[in-house]
Design a protein around this ligand. Structure first.
Ligand code: EPZ
Length: 421
């Protein structure tokens, strides 16, 4: 297993190219199952989760090849409709094949994904959306078994206990795209990744409006055709490098980053002392003055503050000049990083789903253990600002979602290397 060894205290400066968004790309690759024509997806990041989705498409019988940042799904039909446990258990987003298989082939068998380290991850809204379209769904031997003659359009309210759901919206709208008649999804997720999926489906010939708003309207079409599509830049990767620039007191130009997708983060980072300028080709990020100021953050669905940047923001405010308060409203248990940050000298207390962060003068490098993707990124950021050496182990989590992170950080002045344990 690999680990990252980081010598902290370097000021980052230079340009980082932001990759295509993992969370946009995964449902887009799944959507390619909805046509038998070839699709070419561009700006695809080189990540473990993407290889897992490519493996699933291959397992289902599609011929998929990758060249650089392009993935081609050749013309052809699926040979079976089962996404097996060993694949789904490594990546929950595999559930995104449920809607496409059901819509195109009238049946799907996808392993039930279960919980994960960031807390329970129910799938009731996925099932609600597809059942509303007429699917008959049962849980058998750990699998979601779905069947439908022809899905039928419907008005569906898709809000849940924690608001809207990104992948449940994706599954429902993929089902609706090939359904008979019109569908209206109310309380749909508004995340840029949903908008990207809508744009891809429309490029395939779907008839969908309202992507990016809580009301998505879908007029079902009979068939979808192949399409060529370039994935939106990754707002979570961009946000992580924005925090790296401010935390180290450096200056980074984030090529391709879209400021409009990170307004909630920008608002909070400016409160902390960040200076963020949007330019035509990306974003310029630096820090005003020496101190990092405290802030309060509550994670919410888009356009609120993203849960996927909560841990990284916590690393930043460990060294602020005051007390910060961070409340998690999407995954109330997503706080495993706190104990590792405290091992590095942070002073963070958890009260329910709110973390109270007392800023300290400095962090001190230590061996720490990554527990999930974004928590791992938070530990890398903490390593960059800490005095001394930090060793982050179990970095396979990072490889699921950050393309070549050690290369990108080294190129802008970080002392970070990957070593085999
Ligand atoms: C997506 O997961 C992202 N993954 C997650 O990113 C991200 O944290 C999450 O959205 C929230 O922004 C992908 O896009 C591949 P949700 P998703 O359904 O769609 C509850 C990362 O680090 N809920 O929007 O699975 C759920 O428990 C990952 O890259 C239900 O109650 O998340 C949560 O509280 C981790 N019932 C809230 O909704 C359901 O059926 C939002 O989750 C589904 C979800």
């Amino acid at each position: 297993m690999d680990k990252l060894v980081i010598e902290g205290g370097r000021v980052l400066s230079g340009k980082v190219r932001i990759s295509g968004a993992k969370n946009a790309c995964l449902p887009i690759l799944a959507a390619a199952l909805m046509t038998e024509e070839a699709c070419l997806i561009k700006n695809v990041p080189d990540l473990k989760d993407i290889s897992t989705m490519i493996d699933i498409l291959s397992e289902l019988g599609r011929d998929v090849s990758r060249k650089g940042d392009e993935v081609e799904i050749s013309s052809g039909s699926v040979k079976n409709v089962t996404a097996p446990y060993d694949m789904v258990s490594t990546m929950r987003a595999s559930i995104a094949v449920l809607g496409p298989l059901l819509a195109r082939y009238g049946e799907a068998k996808v392993s039930f994904p279960g919980g994960c380290v960031i807390g329970p991850r129910p799938i009731d809204l996925h099932l609600k959306g597809l059942r509303a379209l007429g699917a008959d769904i049962t849980i058998e031997e750990g699998y979601i078994v779905a069947r439908a003659g022809k899905l039928k359009g419907k008005r569906i309210y898709l809000g849940g206990h924690f608001g809207s759901s990104v992948l449940a919206t994706a599954n429902t709208l993929m089902g609706a795209a090939l359904a008979e008649g019109d569908t209206i999804i109310e309380d749909a997720a508004c995340e840029p990744e949903v908008v990207d999926l809508v744009n891809f489906l429309n490029a395939m010939g779907a008839d969908i409006t309202g992507g990016g708003t809580p009301t998505i309207r879908v007029s079902g079409v009979k068939i979808l055709k192949g399409a060529e599509y370039s994935v939106v830049p990754d707002r979570i990767e961009a946000g992580t490098y924005m925090i790296a620039a401010i935390a180290t007191g450096g200056r980074l130009f984030l090529e391709n980053a879209e400021a409009k997708h990170n307004l909630a983060l920008i608002d909070k980072l400016e409160e902390c002392g960040g200076v963020i300028t949007e330019t035509s080709g990306g974003m310029d990020v630096s820090r005003r003055g020496r101190a990092i100021h405290p802030t309060d953050v509550t994670t919410l669905t888009y356009p609120g503050f993203p849960t996927d940047l909560q841990a990284q923001t916590m690393s930043l405010v460990t060294i602020c000049d005051g007390i910060s308060v961070i409340t998690e409203k999407i995954y109330p248990e997503r706080f495993i990083h706190i104990s590792e940050l405290n091992r590095m000298g942070a002073e963070i207390f958890l009260e329910g789903s709110t973390a109270i962060v007392h800023g300290v003068k400095k962090l001190s490098g230590a061996p720490v253990m990554a527990s999930d993707l974004r928590a791992s990124a938070a530990l890398v950021l903490a390593g960059l600002i800490a005095e001394g050496c930090t060793e982050v182990s179990r970095i396979y989590h990072l490889d699921r979602g950050y393309e070549h992170i050690e290369d990108k950080l080294s190129a802008v002045g970080a002392s970070i290397k990957r070593v085999s344990e």
